[in-house]
Write a protein of this length. Structure first.
Length: 667
């Protein structure tokens, strides 16, 4: 029997957890012969194959009890090609092959690749996908086709076998995770809150490519399921961790090997936090991966690690570092601010690798561009090392060019006449050991202001204040931190602080997250004016004001120049359900890839109202500022007045218009 495992079917719905009385937990059901999408496996949803022949390396997670049997998907073939083959290869063995015939399918060709004899090592299997395509007209020069790209879409893996729940602590964290539920007392103390946030952010970092749903719930409601049966779970794709805050010690696996298997973290204070760090440690000497047959363990002083000032491209996850082309070759490095482990002020690349040696009468040129701006240019005549085919160059990236996500494009091009079939191809290879060195920034740059500075501005540790402090508040903090954590592998380390001790955070030097769901906790942070405020019936957003009675939930940022730190404030106009709705919308967009998700936020605040939808405030305009126009100020004044009038009727109009007005006013 074959059944497609979707994350929706693997999760207990949020509405059930928040509104349904405690019920008897439904046993988690195992899946037989499942088919799991690339997205749920954490594999890129679209794999690109440039040129007539291309190879892509893919690592397929393999849940316990399963064996991969087939890879399926749709190959989109450009019109330049008519036929060919697609193969899956492992250790130079062809495991499966599919014929590619464009025919009448407009280039969208279903492919099924058997995985017979695939070798599974540990929790996964690494294979190469290879395409070999023929052009429509064999008399064409093939060189222009080297950049034409085929795309594999909607890919999935079929497995044989039946999933099974964890039998030992070594299986506490599975290769594929659909959801994690962490249970805490209704009113957890600071140590339980710390352990819950430490666990959820670590799991979000470990499984960021799979985007599992992560929730913190009250222990008495942990067994709640939706009445319509949507609470059915697959034991291999879900995990439950209980943090009771008891007087015990160590970690135990209760009900091992059954659908009710639960990891329990015992203890209080620093000892409990150590248990959480043991659970999520990937070190085989100090983590659970080394406990092959154990159902209990004790922490052994797990240290907090800080990101180094210098890291290699391999450390940052860059893999596709070689390119070949006629006339030019190009390698693109994607480097996120969050990967630095800090808010970076400037970045230096020490590039190492090789290029194709060129004759003296046909010199080559190497350019380095950051987000489209060329920051370095050299030729083989001006650099003897490059002329010899060796890439060894230091490049400074100015702080004002850095954004939340950065694209560094290296292009090596040759001069002289280019002839089809007569010009030797050029190759550019960047060594994975190329180092990236970053410095600390005291203030965000113009392009890393607001959400664009996150998660970097929350690293490595962030103070967390929960004005209510109950299990629901812990869940809100966990989801917000996990949302930003899902965009980087550098760990966000939460440090809970009691509301009465809020003053101590001003001297800690750490950034701050405040969860004030009711909006009545007062102003616990200092710094710039908040982007969104609501006082005495007057809503201020992005500098514009309007009288309104419509409630909203808001997540916003504030920079404190005096203390050089970022604050993130989650609140509402007395309607915590709207804050929850906002977090739901951000989670849903992140999970589905549609709409505004955590990685897409660019402004200084994001709000949600009764009628739904996510609206950003203070989104920067990266375009050059237009020349001053005397009529422009009157136009803006008229827009503001119109906005205020409309907003008195419906606040959504204000929020949309404010987003436009702020973008127009910002340089």
């Amino acid at each position: 029997m074959s059944s497609r495992i979707s994350r929706a079917a693997a999760l207990v719905t949020a509405a059930a957890l928040l509104t349904t009385p405690a019920l008897v937990a439904a046993p988690a059901s195992a899946a037989t012969d499942p088919r799991i999408s690339f997205r749920d496996l954490g594999v890129p949803e679209q794999e690109q194959f440039p040129g007539r022949t291309a190879t892509v390396t893919v690592t397929l997670p393999v849940p316990t009890g399963l064996t991969p049997t087939a890879l399926r998907g749709t190959l989109q073939v450009p019109a330049a090609y008519s036929r060919g083959v697609m193969e899956v290869v492992q250790d130079n063995r062809v495991l499966g092959r599919a014929t590619v015939e464009s025919g009448q399918n407009r280039g969208d060709i279903p492919v099924t690749l058997p995985l017979d004899g695939i070798d599974v090592t540990g929790d996964g299997a690494t294979v190469q996908l290879r395409t070999t395509l023929d052009p429509v007209d064999e008399t064409w020069c093939h060189d222009p086709l080297d950049t034409v790209t085929s795309v594999l879409r909607d890919a999935s893996v079929s497995y044989d076998g039946t999933t099974r729940p964890p039998a030992t602590l070594a299986e506490a964290l599975p290769p594929v995770l659909g959801s994690l539920t962490v249970t805490v007392p209704a009113q957890p103390d600071t140590s339980v809150t710390a352990a819950a946030l430490e666990t959820t952010t670590a799991v979000a970092a470990m499984y960021r490519s799979q985007a599992p749903e992560i929730r913190v719930v009250e222990r008495d409601r942990a067994g709640a399921t939706a009445a319509d049966g949507t609470g059915v779970q697959d034991a291999a794709l879900t995990r439950r961790i209980d943090i009771p805050g008891d007087n015990g010690h160590g970690i135990t696996l209760e009900h091992p090997g059954t659908p009710e298997a639960t990891v329990v973290l015992h203890g209080t204070g620093e000892d409990l936090l150590d248990q959480a760090r043991l659970l999520i440690s990937g070190d085989p000497d100090t983590g659970l991966t080394g406990l092959l047959d154990s159902t209990d363990a004790h922490a052994r002083d797990i240290p907090v690690e800080l990101s180094p000032r210098a890291e290699t491209l391999a450390d940052l996850g860059a893999t596709a570092l070689t390119a070949t082309g006629t006339g030019s070759a190009q390698v693109v490095l994607d480097i996120g601010q969050g990967e630095f482990g800090r808010l970076a002020g400037s970045v230096k690349l020490h590039l190492s690798g090789s290029v194709s040696p060129l004759p003296a009468d046909a010199p080559g040129e190497l350019t380095v561009a950051v987000n489209g701006t060329v920051v370095d240019r050299t030729t083989t005549t001006g650099d003897s090392t490059l002329a010899a085919g060796v890439l060894d160059r230091e490049v400074d990236i100015p702080a004002d060019l850095l954004t939340r996500y950065n694209s560094v494009t290296l292009t090596f091009s040759g001069s002289g006449a280019q002839g089809c079939g007569t010009t030797a191809p050029l190759t550019l290879r960047v060594d994975p050991e190329t180092t990236v060195t970053s410095t600390d920034a005291d203030d965000p740059t113009r392009l890393t202001h607001g959400f664009q500075a996150l998660p970097a501005a929350l690293l490595p540790e962030v103070d967390v204040i929960l004005t209510d402090g109950d299990a629901t508040d812990v869940d809100r903090a966990a989801r917000i931190l996990s949302g930003f954590q899902s965009t980087t592998g550098a760990r966000v380390r939460p440090v809970p602080v009691a509301p009465q001790d809020a003053g101590s955070t001003r001297d800690s030097g750490r950034p701050l997250l405040v969860v004030d769901a009711d909006g009545d906790g007062g102003d616990l942070t200092t710094g710039e004016a908040l982007p969104v405020t609501f006082t005495d019936g007057v809503l201020t957003a992005g500098g514009l004001q309007a009288e309104t009675s419509t409630d909203l939930g808001v997540l916003q940022t504030r920079w404190d120049h005096d203390r050089h730190r970022m604050s993130v404030i989650a609140g509402s106009t007395g309607s915590p359900e709207l804050l929850d709705q906002l977090i739901d919308d951000l989670d849903r967009a992140t999970d589905t890839g549609r709409g505004t998700g955590w990685a897409d936020l660019r402004g200084t605040a994001v709000v949600s109202q009764d009628d739904g939808g996510v609206h950003e405030i203070g989104v920067p305009d990266d375009r050059p500022a237009p020349a001053a126009d005397p009529a422009d100020s009157s136009t803006r004044s008229g827009n503001a007045t119109l906005v205020a009038v409309v907003a008195a009727v419906v606040v959504a109009a204000l929020l949309v218009a404010v987003g436009v007005a702020v973008r127009r006013r910002r340089p």
